[in-house]
Write a protein that binds this ligand. Structure first.
Ligand code: SPD
Length: 277
């Protein structure tokens, strides 16, 4: 068929040539689209924004999990908010320290669609370490106190269902849900496009957490091909307290993340950060 499918923004759009539309439905929460492409494999769109391609998803999922899970010395109890495709869970359960993961995804249809079309991404959704809940992560954290070592927010963009995952009320509740040495990590958008999303997420996390750090990594699926992840931490610094040996000992076969990438990813060029001091 070769139809162009675009992610469209105010002043730019980018697209993928679809060999086939595999799935397209409006769930109770959002528009879900799965296309197949020649070069990037299957691609998942939510509300017309690319979430992942089979080819590049490993970049995002490795970088939203391993930097924080290799910084925290004992990340046993983890909460993932969002992440219905399962990629973040897949990387999280690889950590031997991790004993239990609650994953709270607002849209059960995303889970079902990804189980069907993205088996290599969703492969650990039935992991014995995982408790997958279909529900609203914003509500879920409200009554949790001091139980998580790490909270990972694998959300879509801060509009629509994910908007409430980027404000001070949510970060306060997440703070309370974590132990005294807890760490939070969230996808924090593009440093180039809709820069306000990035700036706002970083500022809000800095307001709540004594230690914050942003990392930059390549993500060809998203606009302009570079993406950020921001960590807020109560105690451990993701660079100063990082122990390279933990990664080496884990014997992981990662495709992008390693102990050298960990260090240099946190070197954000000054012009990205200067508005966020
Ligand atoms: N602009 C898209 C940002 C989406 C980030 N989350 C992707 C979910 C992959 N698990």
């Amino acid at each position: 068929m070769n139809e162009w499918i675009y992610e469209t923004h105010d002043t730019m759009k980018y697209g993928f040539k679809a060999k086939e539309i595999l799935y397209h439905k409006q769930s109770l929460i959002q528009d879900i689209l799965v296309i197949d492409t020649e070069k990037y494999g299957k691609i998942l769109f939510l509300d017309n924004c690319v979430m992942l391609s089979e080819k590049w998803e490993f970049l995002y999922h490795e970088m939203i999990t391993h930097p924080v899970l290799f910084t925290h010395p004992q990340p046993e109890n983890v909460l993932i908010i969002g992440g219905g495709d399962g990629g973040t869970l897949r990387e999280t359960v690889r950590h031997a320290h991790v004993k239990h993961v609650d994953m709270v995804e607002i849209d059960g249809d995303v889970i079902d669609v990804c189980k069907k079309f993205f088996p290599q991404v969703s492969s650990e959704l039935n992991s014995p370490k995982a408790n997958v809940v279909v529900g609203d992560g914003i509500e879920y954290v409200k009554d949790k106190k001091g139980i998580y070592d790490v909270v990972i927010i694998d959300s879509s963009d801060p509009v629509g269902p994910a908007e409430g995952l980027f404000n001070q009320e949510f970060y306060n509740n997440a703070w309370q849900a974590m132990k005294d040495d807890g760490m939070l990590v969230t996808q924090s958008e593009s440093p180039f496009y809709v820069k306000e999303f990035f700036t706002e997420a970083v500022v809000q996390i800095k307001d709540r957490f004594p230690i914050t750090a942003t990392l930059l990594f390549p993500m060809p699926d998203y606009p302009f091909g570079l993406w950020t992840i921001t960590i807020g931490s109560k105690k451990y610094h993701p660079v100063k307290d990082y122990n390279k040996e933990a990664f080496k000992k884990a014997g992981f076969n990662t495709r992008y993340y390693n102990e050298v990438i960990h260090g240099f990813s946190f070197n954000m060029p000054r012009f990205f950060m200067e508005e966020n001091r």
